[in-house]
Design a protein around this ligand. Structure first.
Ligand code: CTP
Ligand code: MG
Length: 231
C-alpha cells in the first residue's frame, strides 16, 4: 500500500520558529514518530513525504538516522494541504491503485490503524479513520449566537489515515480545482462528488499535534505507551 504524508505546513498555530514536524517529543521529531509508525505497519510498502523543499535537508537528516527499510520519496508541497495532496497524487507510481493519506502531524497513530485502513480500502472507494465526538457541538453564527445543535449521534471527528481509490481521488481533486472547492480533507472532495466515504474506527490518542499544549499531551501518551510496552 502506498502512503502519502502531508508534511508541508508551517505550523502557524504552534508558533515555533520552524515547521512543527521538526519539533521533538520524547527525543524524536514529530515526523520521525509518524515515519516509525508507517515503517512498523506491515501493509505499507512505499512512503511519499510531501514537504517544502526548504525542509528537505532536515527531513533527510532525520531519515538517515531512522534507517527505514521502505522506499521513501520527497514530493514538493503546495500552499494548502489540498494542493500538497494534489502534488502527492501526481507523484504516485503509475501502478498505485489505492493510497492512504496520513498527516505528518498525527504522529501518534498506531501501525494497527494503518493496517486496518489499508485492508479496508481494498473494498470501498474511500474511507477515513474517525471517532464519535464527546462534546455537544454547536453551529454558531458570525454574531456569536448559536444557530443550532446537531444531534451528537451523527457527529464524528475526522482523523487520518484516509484511504482512497487513486483514480477516483485524482478525478475528485481535478473537479475541486475546476469548481474552486476549498476543503480541509480529501474525504470532503469525494463527498462533494457524491461518492460514498466510510468510517473506520479511529483512535482516541490519534490527535493532530497543532498547539504547544498538544505537544505536552503527545509526550504524556508516549510516556504511557513506553510504560505499557516496556520500549
Ligand atoms: N500540510 C501540508 N501542506 C500545507 C499545509 C499543511 O502538507 N500547505 C500538512 C501539515 O504539514 C500537517 C497536515 O497537513 O501534517 C495537517 O495540517 P495542520 O495540522 O493544519 O498543519 P500546519 O498547516 O502546519 O499548521 P497550521 O495550520 O497551524 O499552520
Ligand atoms: Mg494548516
Amino acid at each position: 500500500m502506498y502512503l502519502l504524508i502531508p508534511a508541508a505546513g508551517s505550523g502557524k498555530r504552534m508558533g515555533a520558529d520552524r515547521n512543527k514536524l521538526l519539533l521533538q517529543v520524547r527525543s524524536k521529531t514529530l515526523i520521525a514518530w509518524t515515519l516509525l509508525a508507517a515503517e512498523a505497519a506491515s501493509a505499507i510498502s512505499w512512503i511519499g513525504i510531501i514537504s517544502q523543499p526548504h525542509d528537505w535537508e532536515d527531513f533527510k537528516a532525520i531519515l538517515a538516522d531512522l534507517k527505514l527499510t521502505k522506499p521513501v520519496e520527497f514530493i514538493p508541497g503546495g500552499a494548502t494541504r489540498q494542493e500538497s495532496v494534489y502534488n502527492g497524487l501526481q507523484a504516485l507510481p503509475e501502478n498505485a491503485e489505492q493510497v492512504l493519506i496520513h498527516d505528518g502531524a498525527r504522529c501518534l497513530a498506531t501501525p494497527d490503524l494503518f493496517n486496518a485502513c489499508a485492508a479496508a480500502i481494498l473494498h470501498c472507494p474511500g474511507l477515513i479513520a474517525a471517532i464519535p465526538v464527546k462534546d455537544t457541538m454547536k453551529v454558531v453564527g458570525e454574531s456569536g449566537i448559536i444557530q443550532s445543535t446537531p444531534s451528537r449521534e451523527q457527529l464524528w471527528a475526522a482523523q487520518t489515515p484516509q484511504g482512497f481509490d487513486v483514480k477516483l481521488l485524482k478525478e475528485c481533486h481535478a473537479e475541486g480545482v475546476r469548481q474552486g472547492w476549498e476543503v480541509t480533507d480529501d474525504a470532503a472532495l469525494l463527498e462533494k462528488c457524491g461518492i460514498e466515504v466510510r468510517i473506520v474506527p479511529g483512535e482516541e490518542t490519534n490527535l493532530k499535534v497543532t498547539t504547544p499544549q498538544d505537544l505536552a499531551i503527545a509526550e504524556f501518551i508516549l510516556c504511557h505507551r513506553e510504560q505499557v510496552t516496556g520500549d
